[in-house]
Design a protein around this ligand. Structure first.
Ligand code: ADP
Ligand code: MG
Length: 346
């Protein structure tokens, strides 16, 4: 539509709209890692390698062995609200994937130099794709040799948003954020083998066997994993499983508590409190357990469409869930439960 000179309201072009969305979704290098890992997991990858340089500010490369993107659809994946994960409003109320907003790739592309190398495994003679975009503009989109899965490289993040770049203060802190998100997603997806390589050095690796205790060993080390006990509780609405640390193994903050809901790492203060409550008087004041609580719920009862980063989730019957979690933990920590469990670990 033609927009008259005297007209005050104009429609922003796509690239500008994407930059605005990026302001919310892509806060720092770790947000890029989170979004790209979620995509790799949604694509059913079983092996995902993350390579970063200078804590992700110079480059972030994610290599997966998932389903890939068909040649004719790679450019579309960079459009806002373009997604393969939902089709209609009914799907919005039963989300089973980590992504669904179709915002990550266009947001990332608008504030970086992005290279996507991808192909689909079983699509006959169709080739793979090499797509390069800079600041959201596609500068190359050509056929490329076939490969297994997808390799996405994000370089010079925030090169065109100087204020955001300035806000990033320490490389050490950014590396911490990246490690944190990879740790949480590794615990959420023990079936995936994750590797993190920072400036050429391997920082962490999980086995990808599907066993949560082995994922815990990959993330926190074997001796920590050995001091964690299984919990399990079910009712009509929730299926809760996971591992919590013995009361002797504590930390000075809540950062070692991971709450997962249908494979998604979420931030939920009330559930954190329910976990600590489960320990009763067994924890010293100011000390917190290490815990992974994996909650399975009918997607219909959880609204993930609350915030662009999808880490905040509205859960129906949250109180019931809190009681279930507290009880499961206090039961698992009772001496009569603990002794056979500990013996089994010997
Ligand atoms: P969303 O994940 O919300 O759908 P994104 O912008 O993150 O939106 O990704 C857009 C689309 O690109 C996805 O729906 C998916 O079809 C495709 N895609 C992105 N990353 C990958 C990947 N690593 N493997 C396969 N497909 C991918
Ligand atoms: Mg996504």
């Amino acid at each position: 539509t033609k927009q008259e000179k005297h007209q005050k309201i104009i429609e922003l072009d796509d690239n500008l709209a994407n930059k605005i969305a990026a302001g919310e979704v892509i806060e720092r290098p770790a947000s890029v890692v989170k979004e790209l890992l979620e995509n790799a997991i949604d694509a059913k990858s079983t092996q995902i390698t993350v390579k970063i340089e200078e804590s992700g500010l110079k480059s972030i490369e994610i290599i997966d062995n998932g389903e890939g993107i068909a040649h004719g659809e790679v450019a579309l994946a960079l459009k806002r609200h373009a997604t393969s994960k939902i089709k209609d409003v009914d799907d919005l109320f039963r989300i089973r994937t980590l992504g669904f907003r179709g915002e990550a790739l266009p947001s990332i592309a608008s504030v970086s130099e992005l290279t996507i190398n991808t192909s689909v495994a079983d699509n006959g003679d169709e080739s793979g794709t090499l797509l390069v975009a800079k600041g959201g503009e596609i500068i190359q989109n050509s056929p490329a040799p076939k490969r297994i899965g997808t390799r996405i490289k994000v370089e010079n993040l925030f090169y065109n948003t100087p204020a955001r770049l300035k806000y990033i203060k320490s490389l050490q802190a950014e590396l911490g954020h990246i490690t944190d998100i990879i740790n949480r997603l590794s615990l959420a997806h023990p079936e995936v083998a994750f590797t993190l390589i920072n400036d050429g050095r391997e920082m962490m690796k999980t086995a990808g066997t599907g066993d949560l205790k082995q994922a815990l060993a990959g993330v926190y080390g074997i001796s920590t994993a050995k001091k964690m006990i299984a919990i399990s509780a079910q009712d009509l609405d929730f299926d809760v499983t996971g591992y919590v640390s013995l009361p002797e193994l504590t930390r000075a903050n809540r950062n070692y508590i991971t709450v997962l809901l249908n494979g998604r790492y979420i931030k939920n203060f009330l559930i954190n409190r329910a976990i600590v409550d489960g320990y009763g008087s067994k924890l010293m004041v100011g000390r917190f357990p290490i815990a992974v609580i994996d909650i399975k719920i009918d997607p219909f009862l959880a609204d993930v469409n609350v915030h662009p980063t999808k880490q905040e989730v509205r859960i129906s019957k949250e109180r019931e869930l809190m009681v279930l979690i507290s009880k499961a933990i206090s039961q698992a920590l009772q001496p009569q439960t603990l002794i056979p469990d500990a013996l089994e670990n010997l």
